[in-house]
Design a protein around this ligand. Structure first.
Ligand SMILES: [Mg+2]
Length: 344
């Protein structure tokens, strides 16, 4: 029996306008392991990373993947070790997630329980609001997000003064707490200007202030910013396990996403590594269905911050899993991921 492979078009509630550009639909790849007890996985196809559905499918159809998947469901580590590295970390994550789901289903326990984690210790998840061109629209989106106690504002509009204005508009609109994500849209000089002003505005953390490969920028910020600034969290600058050590001493923490690092096993290694450097940990997601977001949510009890709203940004999520209620994360109390088809 072969893996079930399906591309799912995820319709975005609001066009997602970031410093990279605008998208209205994403096409992710969902897989299901053959036979009982099965297991779901998902690869986020994020255009700005150069990912394509075709590349994901090529990986999943690799005979070496089929062979790894045929292994004993309880020997999870052996199966993951047998996966080819491939060129797509999102594709590897899909298979890793499905193998974890099957492992948990076979043992009859949710993943968080097999890892000994306390589901009531999840940090509050933020909800993301993208940049809008029109101020009235922006206020509308902020107001709609106001049920969340923590809102993540996408910045990096190209002008840090406009970014600061967006923060002030948002703070003026609802009483939530805010964090910001520049998606690498600032130069080190811009970041050094705006970050102290964000500190004055009680911003919880600042994500990816400078460009992905701008390590000189990270270093300059570390040297020039005064004490008492919000934590600087690396996102685009951190990908897999090997990308963590170079950021130690530069970023205050890392945003781990399964599609970047290749799955749950690598994510757990990154958490341990980050902690060994005294770094903070955020568990994030891409625009994804409930499969991949719920997989990431099982790690939330190990994190300081969670940004697990990816499935809430889409209007046609075909699956059900973890729930967010005003940002409070509820992990499903069911074996494996605890994800089911929405129409089941
Ligand atoms: Mg980010």
């Amino acid at each position: 029996m072969a893996l079930m492979i399906q591309t799912i078009p995820l319709q975005l509630e609001n066009p997602f306008h970031l410093s990279y550009g605008t998208t209205t639909v994403r096409e992710n790849v969902v897989i299901e392991l053959p036979g009982a007890p099965g297991g779901y996985g998902e690869a986020a196809v994020v255009p700005y990373t150069g990912e394509t559905a075709a590349r994901v499918i090529r990986y999943v159809e690799d005979p070496a993947v089929a062979e790894a998947v045929r292994r004993d469901p309880l020997l999870l580590e052996d199966a993951i070790d047998a996966l080819p590295p491939g060129e797509s970390s999102a594709a590897r994550a899909a298979v890793d997630i499905a193998l974890h789901d099957r492992w948990g289903r076979t043992l009859g326990q949710p993943l968080y329980r097999l890892w000994g984690l306390n589901p009531t210790r999840c940090p509050q998840s933020s909800f993301t609001v993208a940049i809008a061109d029109d101020e009235a629209d922006y206020r509308e989106h902020i107001r709609a997000a106001g049920t969340f106690g923590l809102i993540k504002l996408k910045l990096g509009s190209g002008d840090w003064r406009r970014d600061l204005h967006l923060v002030d508009l948002a703070r003026d609109t609802v009483g939530s707490r805010f964090c910001v994500d520049a998606n690498g849209g600032w130069s080190a000089e811009d970041a050094a200007q705006i970050i102290p002003l964000l500190a004055d505005r009680d911003i919880l953390f600042v994500e990816q202030p400078v460009a992905r490969d701008d390590f000189a920028g990270w270093k300059a910020l570390r040297e020039t910013l005064p004490a008492g600034m919000p934590p600087l969290m690396a996102d685009e600058s951190v990908q897999g396990v090997a990308s963590v050590p170079p950021l130690a001493g530069l970023a205050d923490g890392i945003n781990i996403k399964l599609a970047k690092c290749g799955g749950l096993r690598a994510a757990r290694q990154m958490i341990a590594l980050a902690r060994s450097y005294g770094m903070r940990v955020m568990i994030g997601c891409m625009v994804e269905s409930s499969i991949a977001v719920t997989a990431a949510a099982h790690l939330a009890p190990l994190a300081d911050y969670a940004d697990l709203d990816g499935n809430l940004l889409v209007s046609n999520d075909p699956f059900r899993g973890m729930r967010l209620d005003g940002g409070r994360l509820h992990l499903p109390d069911a074996p494996g991921l605890g994800v089911t088809a929405a129409d089941a």
